[in-house]
Design a protein around this ligand. Structure first.
Ligand SMILES: [Zn+2]
Length: 205
């Protein structure tokens, strides 16, 4: 089974109707997850948007059989199965070099933002290379943070360790041709990944 190694990244092309199953190898590992539509033009990217999903569904997270939306409010990925406790974050930005410096880590710490950039640089399908034009100027959509446990209490957000266990998985079905990118979050200086970051596996169905 393909693996997103600890602190690293992977991409996967999905045709509409295909699903991707993201599996917790040892539990407690956050996966930053993005989806980009197959472009019909080289205009601004269509991408899975947490903001558009929240403000259309009027809730934080889609329920089972509901979809995440793209930035034109069209369905892009539907949650078809989730054996985890169903706790996923849609509010936190990807961890980035600046965030680790703010937290006192040394420069050069692995991070999800750089992982996405490196992942896009390695895409073999030329249809998606145009994303680099935007990303090299710092553009990056908010990720869907799979298995990330953020408690929302009025105006306070508290990042806790995941409740997911080894073998838990979520399956997302593509509603349109798209590319998904995953980063096994390397956060190890605050609560997030239940200690040392670990690998996750995935499967295309
Ligand atoms: Zn991260």
């Amino acid at each position: 089974m393909p693996t997103v190694h600890a602190r690293s990244f992977a991409t996967q092309r999905l045709r509409a109707g295909q699903s991707i199953k993201v599996i917790q190898s040892s539990g407690g590992q956050v996966v930053d997850f993005w989806a980009f539509s197959l472009p019909s033009t080289t205009s601004f990217p269509r991408y899975m948007s947490m903001t558009h999903t929240r403000s259309t569904l009027h809730k934080l997270l889609p329920s089972l059989q509901e979809s995440f939306l793209d930035n034109r409010r069209d369905p892009i990925l539907t949650i078809v199965e989730d054996t985890s406790p169903g706790i996923h974050d849609v509010l936190f930005a990807a961890c980035s070099p600046e965030r680790y410096l703010q937290l006192g880590a040394s420069a050069g710490h692995d991070n999800c933002a750089s992982n996405l950039f490196e992942a896009v640089k390695k895409i073999e399908d030329p249809s998606f290379l145009y994303l680099l034009e935007f990303m090299q100027h710092g553009w990056m959509p908010d990720p869907l943070n799979l298995f990330m446990n953020v408690a929302v209490d009025k105006n306070k957000l508290t990042c806790l360790n995941p409740e997911s266990k080894a073998g838990d998985f979520i399956t997302l079905m593509a509603e349109q041709d798209c590319l998904v990118a995953m980063s096994a979050c390397p956060m190890d200086v605050s609560a997030c990944n239940e200690g040392e970051p670990t690998s996750v596996e995935f499967q295309v169905l």
